[in-house]
Design a protein around this ligand. Sequence first.
Ligand SMILES: [Fe+2]
Length: 290
Amino acid sequence: MQNKVTRRSFIKRALGSFLTVAGIGAGGYFYAHDIEPKLLDVTRHEIKNRRLPAGFDGLRIVQFSDTHIGFHYNLDTFDKLMDEINSLAPDIILFTGDLMDNPNEFNEHERIVQTLKRLEAEFGKYAIYGNHDHGGYGSDIYKKIMEEAGFTLLMNESDSVTLLDGSSIYIAGVDDAMLGRPNLEAAIQGIPKDSYTILLAHEPDQMADLAAKNNIHLQLSGHSHGGQIQVPFYGPLVTPPLAEVYTEGFYQVGDGEGMPLYVNRGLGTTRLPFRFLSRPELSVFTLKSE
Ligand SMILES: [Fe+2]
């Protein structure tokens, strides 16, 4: 409880200083509250790896994350998002957690299912748990929604994507690190050594350092919201626990050439209904074999 009060007052103070420091006044408030949260950045990235079988060259993956439906993110916006994602013609769609801000308070579960069902990807749709998906006894609700919508929910497990030529890549997912029980060892169990493997982990920190040592070739995360509010020359104002080291975008984690980690800024907001210099994001990855 102590922790909660402290955090809340910290956020209040942080917001106060944000408004003061940025000196943005009413116009800035309007922008951060009504304009930027409704924008959408589609970021595109190419990822080369010699472990990627040639048949997967050009594979297109779309990642979306942290919608926080119910907290200043409504189902009409979510519906439009589905069109945006489908228009990117993804081969694989990945969701990296935090679907609803509070699964127990948001009741239109069936409409979420019908909306998510519209997403189309030939090689599958995968999802993992975020902290908000477990929050408020939401674990079963989230699982039911994602599975009914045709997503494979990866909770410390993996799945393979196999082409007609017999070559495969693997997608592994760990449970949420804050409210679940992540187990990387279980998640990658059975994956043949050196097979190209993508890991989904809601929180980037710590797991990325572990993944970099465990034959993971790409980690995709969310959770940070890019800090939601970025102060020029200062950086993100509030970074959540386990997204303090890796807050946004690409990182090479570990020794040598390192493992690429990508932290998506997410689409919705939580705690504070603001975004400033941290636009909502859809990330598109095109895989290249060397
Ligand atoms: Fe989130």
